[in-house]
Design a protein around this ligand. Structure first.
Ligand SMILES: [Mg+2]
Length: 282
C-alpha cells in the first residue's frame, strides 16, 4: 500500500443501505432488547421512521465528515437519497443512482451527467428492452413490481422465497449479454447498465478533491467496484458480497453483523484517521 502525502485529505466512500444505515428488518440485533444500543433515525418515509444507525455510529460520522472527504455512495435515486439525514448532509459530494448522478452541495453535476449519457453507447441495450424482459412473457412470478430509477436503470421488488437461483442466473446471463449487470439486495433486484458504476463516480470525486488515501465500505455486488479501487476496504459480514464470499487484498470483514456492523465500519474509518495522524506526526 502506498502512503499518500500527508497534506492530501483522506477520502471515505461509503454505501448507505445495509452498510451505514439499516431498516428495522436488517438490524439483526443479537442482544436482548434491554441491552440494545441507542439509535438515531436516519430516514423518514411517509412520516414514519425507516432507517437507523446507532448513536455511536452517528457521533463517529460527525467527526469523520469534518476531517475527511466523506462521500455517500448509493444506488438510491436522488429522491430516495434526499430522505437520508446524515451528518454533513447536503455538503460536498454524494454519488446517487449507482453512479449515474453526482451531487455537489446537493445539486446534480451537469458535466458528469453528460459523461454518463455519452458512456451509454451501443454496447448497452436500452432500458426498454430490460423492462420488457422483466415484465413480458419471460417474466418470473417472483417479480412483484418493476420500477425505473430516473430512467437510468430498473429494479424489481421480488418475493425472495419464490425467487429461484435458476431465474437469477438466467437473468444475470441475459443482462450480461446486453451490457447490463444485476444485483439482489433484500427484496430489490437491480438491473443496471454496465457503464453506470459507483466506482467511476468515486474516481471522479477522488480526482476533483485531490484526495490521497481512499477507503471504501459496501455490502452488495454493486459495491464490489468501490472496494476494488480503494486503498483500504471494509465490508460487513452480511449481505450479497458476504454470501458470495467476496474477498480481495486490503479488505477487512466486520466481526459484527447488522446495525452493529455499521458502527464497526465507522470505528474502522476513525482508526485509519488516527493512524494517519500518527503517521504524519512521526
Ligand atoms: Mg448496501
Amino acid at each position: 500500500m502506498s502512503h499518500p502525502a500527508s497534506t492530501a485529505p483522506i477520502m471515505l466512500a461509503s454505501d448507505l443501505d445495509r452498510t451505514l444505515i439499516y431498516s428495522a428488518n436488517s438490524m439483526d440485533l443479537k442482544t436482548s432488547d434491554t441491552l440494545a444500543p441507542r439509535m438515531v433515525v436516519a430516514e423518514v418515509y411517509n412520516a414514519a421512521p425507516l432507517s437507523f444507525m446507532t448513536r455511536a455510529a452517528e457521533e463517529l460520522l460527525e467527526d469523520l465528515v469534518k476531517r475527511t472527504v466523506f462521500v455517500p455512495v448509493t444506488t438510491r435515486t436522488v429522491a430516495q437519497f434526499s430522505r437520508v439525514r446524515l451528518p454533513g448532509f447536503g455538503q460536498g459530494y454524494a454519488v446517487t443512482t449507482n453512479g449515474a448522478v453526482l451531487l455537489h452541495n446537493g445539486a446534480p453535476d451537469a458535466d458528469w451527467s453528460r459523461h454518463i449519457q455519452r458512456s451509454l453507447g451501443a454496447d448497452c441495450a436500452p432500458l426498454e428492452h430490460v423492462l420488457d424482459h422483466l415484465t413480458g412473457s419471460d417474466a418470473d412470478p417472483a417479480i412483484l413490481r418493476v420500477r425505473t430509477a430516473e430512467d437510468f436503470f430498473a429494479y424489481a421488488i421480488v418475493d425472495r422465497d419464490a425467487l429461484s437461483d435458476a431465474y437469477l442466473e438466467g437473468l444475470a446471463a441475459w443482462c450480461a449479454a446486453r451490457g447490463w449487470t444485476t444485483s439482489l439486495q433484500g427484496r430489490k433486484l437491480y438491473c443496471v447498465p454496465a457503464p453506470i458504476t459507483k466506482e467511476a463516480a468515486v474516481n471522479e470525486v477522488r480526482r476533483r478533491s485531490g484526495a490521497g488515501l481512499l477507503v471504501a465500505a459496501g455490502d452488495s455486488r454493486l459495491d464490489a467496484g468501490i472496494l476494488g479501487v480503494a486503498d483500504l476496504a471494509i465490508r460487513p459480514a452480511h449481505g450479497e458480497l458476504h454470501s458470495d464470499g467476496f474477498s480481495r487484498d486490503n479488505l477487512t470483514v466486520t466481526a459484527e453483523t447488522g446495525i452493529m456492523a455499521g458502527e464497526e465500519i465507522m470505528r474502522f474509518f476513525s482508526g485509519i484517521l488516527a493512524n494517519a495522524a500518527t503517521f504524519s506526526a512521526g
